[in-house]
Design a protein around this ligand. Sequence first.
Ligand SMILES: *[C@@H]1O[C@H](CO)[C@@H](O)[C@H](O)[C@H]1NC(C)=O
Length: 445
Amino acid sequence: MGFSSRLLLLILCIFVAILTEHSFCSSSKEEVSEVPVDFLKFAQTPEFSDWIVSVRRKIHENPELGYEEFETSKLIREELDKMGIPYKHPVAVTGVVGYVGSGEPPFVALRADMDALPMQELLEWEHKSKNPGKMHACGHDAHVAMLLGAAKILQEHRQLLKGTVVLVFQPAEEGGGGAKKIIEEGALENVKAIFGLHVDPSLPVGEVEGRSGPLLAGSGFFEAVISGKGGHAAIPQHSIDPILAASNVIVSLQHLVSREADPLDSQVITVGKFHGGGAFNVIPDSVTIGGTFRAFSKEILMQLKQRIEEVIVGQAAVQRCNATVDFLSEEKPFFPPTVNDKGLHDYFLKVSGDVIGTKNVKEMQPLMGSEDFSFYQEVIPGYFFFIGVKDAKAAKPVSVHSPYFKIDEDALPFGASLHASLATRFLLQSVSETPLVNQNNHDEL
Ligand SMILES: *[C@@H]1O[C@H](CO)[C@@H](O)[C@H](O)[C@H]1NC(C)=O
């Protein structure tokens, strides 16, 4: 950078500083980074840490499935009441939407998902799930605790808020499409941007990972019933065998990705469910198969949907079977791909770098997993990132959705202060009218 451009930058900085009282140019870095640095210190005090850990443990002990998060929702409202934060409830059955700040625009949203998984916790510890067959194995208990932590930080520092932070406690992320219902109930009206996070058990505590553009795949589900004609296993000529037909269907489905997709475009089709027959010597009447498909654009998802149906029906017919295919659009709506706004990515790098140090902010590769946060990003610019919760004492990290899933609770204050910092500075910067959001991000698909 030449002397004249530095001079120009300096003049610009002074100008912006006068306009907004809060400059974001590098020449006044200390002043700027005070906001997030204070937040982390605040969240790491023993009093705050003990509280946020106890909140997470209460939710962990009482996991509830999508749209049944009644006790979780009650706990959230009780904590918000204690903080003196107003909220709307119910939103999307069990959801809670809180408001911190001036009550005036601009609005920025932070989101946490509340639901657990239908699986038995096998990890033995003091705060193990008390609900048989239900477990917070995807860290949504931590997400809720982190957002309540952010609420507490923001409320304590509300004089800093140049606008309003919308706290979205969302039900039913695990396939229920709770985000879609939250939007339908108008919770994001006038909101300029939304941030969300997810725990990552392979990333050390104090680190985060993010990416600009496509981050997580879009997904759909299917279930097919393949009908033949049951009979004695030793007299196949009098039967129509749906087990063999379903097996060929599954093999043919594999060719959609290997032979019809662009090898440079990532797609997945997995059949995870195969139910048929119950005896060694009986050909059953029918077989039910089910699975999921993933892709990084809505267009490809729709193509896959069409081909999955054609292949199942066509391949079943080759073997004289009939097939019906259901894409379960009510119970398991399609998730769009999760695509991070470019402007918000740059902003995230800056703010999280100030909170936890630039070296702890990592660039990540896209994943074929999916997230209903993507519904928000279809409506307003949004940013989704991952936060380290790795249990340093564990021999090897236990993945999400494992019955032994475990997090290091020291991560909770990091999540709370990152959320709070991202929202606070977003509002400050919105007031300064620096364009943050790159509205064109969907073109990258
Ligand atoms: C398939 O459907 C046709 C038309 O309804 C029916 O005639 C046939 O018996 C069915 N075949 C099997 C194997 O279910």
